[in-house]
Design a protein around this ligand. Structure first.
Ligand code: SF4
Ligand code: SF4
Length: 104
């Protein structure tokens, strides 16, 4: 499997932003709002995304730092464009990267 890079392009492809696991997390919402504010600078290349800023792309950087997520809900990673692109179904873990850590 090619290394899945933590970069803005992949952040934008990631569908964790609409995942029910995170839907009711105040911690995630707060991070999402900050990311929206920073997006013009991120797009302009004036700053680089950092894993602790982004509530997504867990397959590239590992577990969430938000404690108020709900792992009883269903992971959506298998609907993400990066799932196919990086053949994540043949890696470990298979989804729930926010809970179980980055894809290897
Ligand atoms: S596979 Fe999952 S964690 Fe990785 S970018 Fe897609 S939705 Fe986000
Ligand atoms: S890694 Fe899976 S379970 Fe976690 S937020 Fe992303 S889509 Fe949801």
């Amino acid at each position: 499997m090619a290394k899945l890079e933590f970069n803005l392009e992949n952040v934008q492809k990631c569908i964790c932003k609409t995942c029910p696991v995170q839907a009711n997390s105040a911690c995630v919402k707060s991070k999402q709002m900050k990311v929206q504010e920073m997006m013009p600078k991120l797009i302009a290349g004036e700053m680089a995304p950092k894993p602790e800023m982004i509530p997504g792309l867990y397959c590239a950087h590992g577990k969430t730092m938000c404690a108020d997520v709900d792992f009883e809900e269903m992971c959506q990673c298998n609907e993400c464009p990066l799932w196919e692109e990086y053949d994540l179904s043949n890696g470990e873990p298979m989804g729930y990267y926010c809970r179980d850590g980055e894809a290897i």
